[in-house]
Ligand binder design. Structure first.
Ligand code: GUN
Length: 295
């Protein structure tokens, strides 16, 4: 069993980006600038956004955090989004999800300028991605692909079973892995809550991408020998014995499944850190595209 070490690879990617930022600075050009909009005080969202902003500082990006109260109106949020669209200093930004229930998430995501949509959630980017056109690929699936590429995991002609059909992970990764190219050319089955006999499918899988958010869902008797496991689940399980009051776990019974797997991502330290690295990569790409359009 080999660990797909997302922490190590994400640090490599961040180091590579930091070198590019140094070159940009030495030429006196504009440094990439990422903004994040956070509405409310959801614990996990605060952690993710904090981590994104810290990573920006570490690699030399400019960053702006717009933290709005929980009761912010949809109108006010749309005004903030428009201001970010209009601000030439901002290369890319994200609106952290989930948004409070009184705000129409789709309406907000539709208002983001596709050229600044470094999350790749706007229909223009999602459509371009599905059609193999230049776009922004959502950071989590982008991170999974990069991890598979950098560990040279064979995916061509393999059967990949994706668990979960979310717009952020399950849906895009199933499109990307069925496309042509490295870490792709896979035969993909997408499964979800209405799938009958999921075990019959996971037992046929060469690669399993689990993005369900149910701890211990995937157990050893559901996978075959030498399977490749990508665990996208991040669940906070309450635990009074820990200082933080919880621990983080994925969808996979790591002990049991790990014994059969050829490659496996740990949680934490697998897909999570890759997501942040690829968001930074998308921001660097956004800056390059803006600069080349101005030239
Ligand atoms: N919430 C959970 N994952 C993500 C993500 O990748 N981007 C944003 N904006 N919100 C999220």
């Amino acid at each position: 069993m080999k660990i797909l070490d997302g922490k190590k690879i994400s640090n490599q990617i961040k180091d590579e980006i930091a070198v590019e930022v140094e070159q940009i600075k030495s030429k006196g050009e504009k440094v990439p600038h990422l903004a994040a909009v956070l509405v409310g005080n959801d614990g996990a969202s605060l952690t993710y956004v904090g981590s994104k902003v810290r990573s920006c500082k570490k690699i030399g990006f400019e960053s702006t955090l717009i933290h709005l109260p929980e009761d912010t109106s949809e109108e006010e949020l749309l005004r903030q989004v428009q201001a970010l669209n209009d601000n030439p200093e901002i290369d890319g930004y994200i609106v952290q999800l989930p948004l409070p229930k009184h705000i129409d998430e789709q309406k907000v995501l539709m208002a983001v300028d596709p050229d600044k949509d470094v999350d790749g959630f706007h229909p223009t980017n999602f459509g371009k991605m599905a059609l193999d056109m230049e776009s922004f690929i959502p950071a989590t699936p982008f991170g999974i692909m990069e991890l598979l590429r950098r560990y040279d995991v064979e995916t061509s002609g393999k059967h990949t079973v994706v668990i979960g059909r979310s717009h952020i992970v399950g849906r895009p990764i199933s499109i990307l892995m069925s496309q042509k190219g490295k870490a792709a050319d896979s035969t993909v089955t997408i499964t979800h809550s209405r799938t009958k006999d999921i075990k019959a499918l996971t037992l046929q899988a060469d690669i399993i991408v689990s993005a369900l958010g149910v701890p211990n869902f995937l157990k050893a008797d559901m996978v075959k020998e030498d399977v490749v496991i990508i665990d996208v689940g991040i669940t906070r399980v309450p635990d009074e014995s820990r200082e933080r009051g919880y621990y983080i776990t994925g969808d996979v019974d790591f002990e049991g499944v790990g014994k059969k797997a050829s490659f496996i991502t740990p949680v934490p330290g697998g897909v999570g850190p890759m997501t942040i690295a690829m968001l930074l990569k998308n921001t660097l790409l956004a800056r390059e595209r803006h600069q080349s359009r101005k030239a």
